[in-house]
Design a protein around this ligand. Structure first.
Ligand code: PGA
Length: 250
């Protein structure tokens, strides 16, 4: 049985005050979350606050991106070692907002995956198709290309050290969720793609679903055999909703 992971992606939201309140709420309700691991991926400036508030709790934390560089003259960038300095466990790489708005391509995302993994962070590799790509029936090609970029650079065993998040771009922040059947089909495809190269890694790798997951649709999505958790944007900003999704994991 793969561990269920419910990871919040706060994106560029929150303030010191709102994050304090949010995490107080999350910590207070953790007793109801029986089996899922809960994690939050916070904006860089708040990682110190998140660390002090979550230290000693069962909630993990991480960043939303990282640099491929180790250190030096890279204004505005954040390195893997800086994330580790705040005891981050996870880091998101290749979120569709970074791919679309900041021009990150498969090769750069694969490099970020590699750098994070080598540093000892668990990269959460985001993949997913746009609406146009889905309508053209090339969802599997797109997702395969995005995952193969990591396999080509690092070998399939690298996937065992991270997490994959399938996030159909058309479902992110839109309120449109992939149906459990649509999501399960892509998750099963991803697992079979990995299994072609290594059945053991395929069995082990956690594949999260992301895109408008909320308390109302979480249980059905999470009950699918190849859905091992969620990457939660909007609903992770409300303690009750985030906890309800954690609870829905059973
Ligand atoms: P959403 O975002 O839950 O607000 O759709 C998910 C994500 O972008 O990771």
């Amino acid at each position: 049985m793969r561990q269920i992971l419910i990871a919040g992606n706060w994106k560029m939201n929150g303030s010191r005050a709102s994050i304090r309140e949010l995490l107080d709420g999350v910590k207070a309700g953790l007793g109801d979350v029986k089996s899922a691991e809960m994690a939050v991926c916070a904006p860089f400036p708040y990682l110190g606050d998140v660390q002090s508030q979550l230290n000693g709790s069962s909630v993990s934390w991480g960043g939303q991106d990282l640099s491929v560089e180790e250190k030096g003259a890279f204004t505005g960038e954040t390195s893997a070692s800086m994330l580790l300095d705040f005891s981050c466990k996870y880091v998101i790489v290749g979120h569709s907002e970074r791919r679309t708005l900041y021009g990150e391509d498969d090769a750069l995302v694969a490099q970020k995956y590699a750098v994070a993994r080598k540093a000892g962070l668990k990269p959460i590799l985001c993949v997913g198709e746009t609406l146009e790509e889905r309508e053209k029936n090339i969802t599997e090609d797109v997702v395969a290309r995005q995952i193969k970029a990591v396999i080509d650079l690092e070998g399939v065993s690298a996937l065992a050290d991270g997490v994959i998040a399938y996030e159909p771009v058309w479902a992110i922040g839109t309120g449109k969720t992939a149906s459990p059947e649509q999501a399960q089909a892509v998750h099963a495809f991803i697992r079979s793609l990995v299994a072609e190269q290594d059945a053991g890694v395929a069995e082990k790798v956690q594949i999260l679903y992301g895109g408008s997951m909320n308390p109302a649709n979480a249980a059905e999505l999470l009950s699918q055999s190849d859905i091992d958790g969620g990457l939660i944007g909007g609903a992770s900003l409300k303690a009750d909703d985030f906890l309800a999704i954690g609870k829905a994991a059973g």
